[in-house]
Design a protein around this ligand. Sequence first.
Ligand code: PEP
Ligand code: MN
Length: 337
Amino acid sequence: MIIVLEPNTPEKEVQNLITEVKQNGVEVHRSDGQSYTILGLVGDTSKVQESPILSNKWVHNLVHIQEPYKRANKIFKPEATIIEVAGHKIGGDAIVVMAGPCSVEGKDAVIEHAKAVKEAGAHFLRAGAYKPRSSPYSFQGLGKEGIEYMLEAKKETGLPIVTEIMSIGTLDEFKDVDIIQVGARNMQNFALLKALGKTDKPILLKRGLSSTIEEWLMSAEYILAEGNPNVILCERGIRTFENYTRNTLDVSAVPMVKRLSHLPIIVDPSHAAGLWWMVDSLSKASIAAGADGLIIEVHPDPAHALSDGAQTIKPQQFAKLMIEMDKIAKVLERHVI
Ligand code: PEP
Ligand code: MN
């Protein structure tokens, strides 16, 4: 349930109303927009009496939210959420691009990869230190050391870093990481989501392999409900009957999420396609669909990358893509560069 207040409602009246509704045991989430202040009620709203609220002259409207996600809902907070990380505004006019290898492959390697993507125009370095691999016999990532190497790469290049967390026990290792990624396989690891919700770190929440948009927004809700408002959604393809691509990029998730939620959404074309040559088209399609950013796998020698080489583009291809994406973004009054 949300209460929309009249423009210029005196602060004292807002506070009185908040106190009144809180007496029913619900939590109140306040959102001050340009013209309206909105009070979002979360919890069991069945005891909230509507008539005294509706008879309050400062109340413009009372709306019931049908969707199970409340804090992630656009009705709750009509203004787009813009998340500021290391000088970049995710969800604003700029389209933010994160690039780098699938895995951290070593200290010198990740520094070299960071320099290459920075030179091509990337805004963030992506790389996995902890890797969720389908086979226990595949390279599992360098773990804690991998994060330390990424921090070295950050120091050398100035690029902020994004890397994946796989278990709560390692959370301390992420204190200097700029964006913590929750991978597709952990989208419904609710204990992990709750723990991340207690931090103030920006969280990149990937869509689960076979998750609906509603399930994905409910996972975002877990983080928001614990008090962390910094959630960035990431569409990375879903499992369908189609086998020519690794996953099917659900481009329609971008405008749908924009309609349903105020949270920023970026796209990962690499894990969606599983094919390096398709990354170019899918990246451009994502920008055209309204994505706020991209996360792309880039490696100077994809054939010898320790993971996901088949879907990885080279720095030169990435540099060209950045320029072309910027042209598409400009048509939409946004920019990449
Ligand atoms: C990754 O980004 O390297 C990754 C494992 O992604 P996803 O969780 O989308 O499969
Ligand atoms: Mn990968």
